[in-house]
Structures are given as C-alpha cells and as structure tokens.
Design a protein around this ligand. Structure first.
Ligand code: SAH
Length: 397
C-alpha cells in the first residue's frame, strides 16, 4: 500500500475520526498510487492513522478504516453487515409494511463514496468515488452473501455520480441478477403504500427514500384537505395524502416520465382517479398562478438549489421566492411542508430563508415541526456534512 504523509499537525481531524483527508494537508506521497487505490495515511512523525481510497481532488483520501486493513478477506461483508444491523435494529429491514430502505449512506455507514438503496431484493449501488467504483465487484459479492436468497439483483447506477476519470467506462447495468429476475422495475411497499420504482430510468436510484417519515407526517394531516404536491417526482407525498383522506391532490413535476409514474402509482394503490390531478409543469410558475386559498396543505420539495458553496447565495434567494409563493397562497389555517436537500444550506440558513419568505407575505406563520432525513440516511457524528435534508412544517393563519 502506498503511503500518504501529512504535514505536521494536520492529523487533528483524523484523530477525531473525520473520514476525509484534504489534499492541502498532505506533505508527501510515497509511491505512485492510482486513483481509487488504497493508501495508508501517516502523521509527520510516522504514526499510522488510517487507510482509505486515494483520489485526485480536494478530498484526497476517503477513509475506510481507522484500525484494520480493508484488504482483509471479509471486509466488505463486515461493513455491509454493520449497515444492515442498524436498519434491522431500527425496524426497517424486517418490517411488514416497508420493504425498501437505504442500506448504505456513505460516510454515515463508514463507507465514504458509496450509496446502496434496497428495493425489495434489488440493490441499487451508486459510487461517488473512483475507489468505490473500482470496488463494486467486491461490494456486489458481499451483498449476495448478506442477503442470500432474498437478493434479486444488484444494479450499478454510477454513471451520473462516479467521477469520470482514470479511464473508467461508465455504463449503468446489472452486476448480478437472479436467473428468474427480469425487467428494470418493481413495486415496493413503504408504510403500507405501494410505489413503482424504476432504477434504470428513474432519478437517483429510482426513488427518494429519504422522505419516508415526512411523507407519513403529510398522511397524518391530509384528511379533508385540498393538497398541492410541488416537485412531486413519482408522487410519494401524493399517495400518502390520498391514503390519509385528502379531498383532492394536485401533483406537479417538470418531468413527464415522473408524472406518468404518479398516475400509475395512484392506480396501483387503488385510489379513484377523480381525487387526483397530474400537472407536468414548472412548479415555480404553477404555484405563482394558484388562486389564493385554493389549497389547505402544500408540499414544497425542490431539487437541491445549491450543489456547492459558490451557489449558496442564489440558492437562498430561490428558496425564499419559492416559499413566499407557497406561504402567500395557502388557505388560512393551512399547512406548508417545505424542504431543502442542499447539503451546503444548513438548517439555520434554510429557516432564515423561510422566515424572510413569511415576513414578505406578512402572514402569521408558526413552525410546528422541524423535519429531517430518516435513520437509514444515518449521519456519522464525526462527519456532520452527512446531514443534508431539512424541512419545516408551517402553520399559516
Ligand atoms: N418529493 C419527491 C422528490 C422530489 S425530487 C418524492 O417524495 O419522491 C425533486 C423533483 O423536482 C424531481 O422529480 C424533478 O423532476 C423535479 N423538478 C426539478 N425542477 C423542477 C421545476 N422547475 N418544476 C417542477 N419540478 C421540477
């Protein structure tokens, strides 16, 4: 294993188990590691600190282990089993009503650069680093061992996420599938609701598993209400609202493919089509044209407006504008569930944008709840950057 030697005093964050080594902390690289190779990281006075995947860029090493050798036989199975045990302990991996969850959430599960979502036997893997991309065969083998006969397929969906470097050929596809498994789509259950997931054509790994708990919260408040679901994707919040007894649900997304899935999901759950309307439209234009008081409950779940720090200021303005439109239109006594999944927009900054939006509307707004990502999108306490989804439940008079 090649060695990365840190500058004097730059081991501090690693001693606190932060799982990244920034390139600026490195004094010397002994050897010629290729991107994705395992390297050992050492302090200036020669103390072994950790080892991880090497990559050219501002994050030079993503730590896989602070104490053991990740090249050891059984390493991947051990790490995936740890991840599985958490989901099992939390009641997700063994639930009657839910058969989909995130198995691996990168740093949150000690596996920086790796996402694995589980859809009733189909594991969809996304590598965000060269090291994880190069390890996908070993990860697939470990998933087969972990799930045994429950596993239907392992699909690699890394083409949009793995850094396009090191001559890697990025084509999505199956790493393994059971002989009798066919198709790219499956109906999964989430809190007793059914959803079609298409990992090959859908966004991200096919479904936004991170909104499971927040969707349930919408379901609890939907009874008798007129609901608007903005940025609905395949209708996650819409189905819970219908299940919860909403009078009517309007769903809006700019993707026609997503809207087709919403209609199929409404039918799959047996709801009368007259209770739901699909709009393929720009959600921002749509909400601006909504008559005042037309909805009693709104969901505002846009894509990440800021993907990096440089975009932060514009993103905060965009959150403010969007939320002002929603808050100004919701009926008196109505609810707004509003979210941001931008990692660089922290809770405080988001709350401030929503505060500015409320003040702009001049309405009385109360915060009833602060919403988060669920337990299977776990946050490593030493890596607070893993926290990305935040939301507020507002009551608007
Ligand atoms: N709430 C969804 C996830 C939303 S992801 C769920 O629970 O599954 C964000 C969605 O916003 C994506 O489906 C994307 O197609 C859509 N989108 C992006 N820009 C948009 C725009 N300007 N208007 C409407 N939808 C948009």
């Amino acid at each position: 294993m090649d060695r990365v030697i840190l500058k004097r005093g730059r081991e501090e964050s690693l001693l606190r188990y932060h799982p990244w080594v920034f390139s600026g902390a490195i004094a010397q690289i002994v050897g010629h590691p290729a991107e994705g190779d395992l390297v050992g990281v050492y302090s200036a006075d020669g103390k072994a600190l950790c080892c991880g995947h090497y990559q050219i860029g501002s994050i030079a090493v993503r730590v896989l282990s602070f104490d053991e050798d990740p090249t050891q036989e059984g390493f991947w199975l051990k790490m995936l089993t740890r991840a599985y045990k958490l989901r099992e302990a939390y009641g997700l991996a063994v639930s009657e009503s839910t058969d989909c969850y995130r198995l691996v959430h990168g740093e949150g599960d000690g596996l920086p650069g790796l996402i694995v979502d589980y859809y009733d036997g189909v594991c969809v893997l996304q590598a965000h680093s060269v090291g994880m991309f190069r390890s996908k065969g070993a990860i697939c083998d470990a998933l087969r061992e972990l799930y045994g006969s429950r596993l239907k397929a392992v699909y690699d969906k890394s083409s949009g996420t793995a850094p396009f470097k090191a001559g890697l050929e990025l084509v999505d596809g199956y790493l393994w599938k059971a002989p009798d498994f066919d198709g790219n789509e499956l109906a999964v259950r989430e809190n007793g609701n059914s959803f079609l997931v298409n990992w090959s054509e859908g966004q991200k790994t096919g479904f936004f598993l991170d909104q499971r708990e927040n969707r349930a919260a919408v379901g609890r408040l939907a009874k008798g209400r007129r609901v608007l679901n903005l940025f609905c994707y395949t209708g996650g919040f819409s189905i819970y609202a219908l299940q919860g007894g909403a009078l009517h649900v309007d769903s809006v997304d700019s993707s026609q493919r997503a809207m087709d899935m919403v209609d199929r999901n409404v039918a799959l759950n047996g709801f009368d089509a007259s209770r739901h309307t699909s709009y393929c439209a720009d959600a921002i234009d749509f909400v601006k044209n909504v008559p005042n008081g037309a909805y009693d409950l709104m969901i505002v779940d846009p894509p990440a407006f800021a993907k990096h720090r440089g975009a932060l200021k514009n993103a905060l303005r965009a959150y403010q504008r969007l939320n002002a439109a929603a808050i100004s239109k919701v009926a008196p006594g109505g609810f707004v569930f509003t979210f941001s999944c931008s990692q660089v927009v922290d809770k405080e900054a988001f709350a401030l944008a929503v505060f500015s939006a409320a003040a702009e509307c001049g309405r009385s707004v109360r915060i009833l709840d602060r919403l988060n990502q669920p337990a299977d999108h776990s946050v490593n306490i030493y890596h607070p950057e893993g926290e990305y989804l935040k939301g507020l439940l507002l009551y608007v008079e």
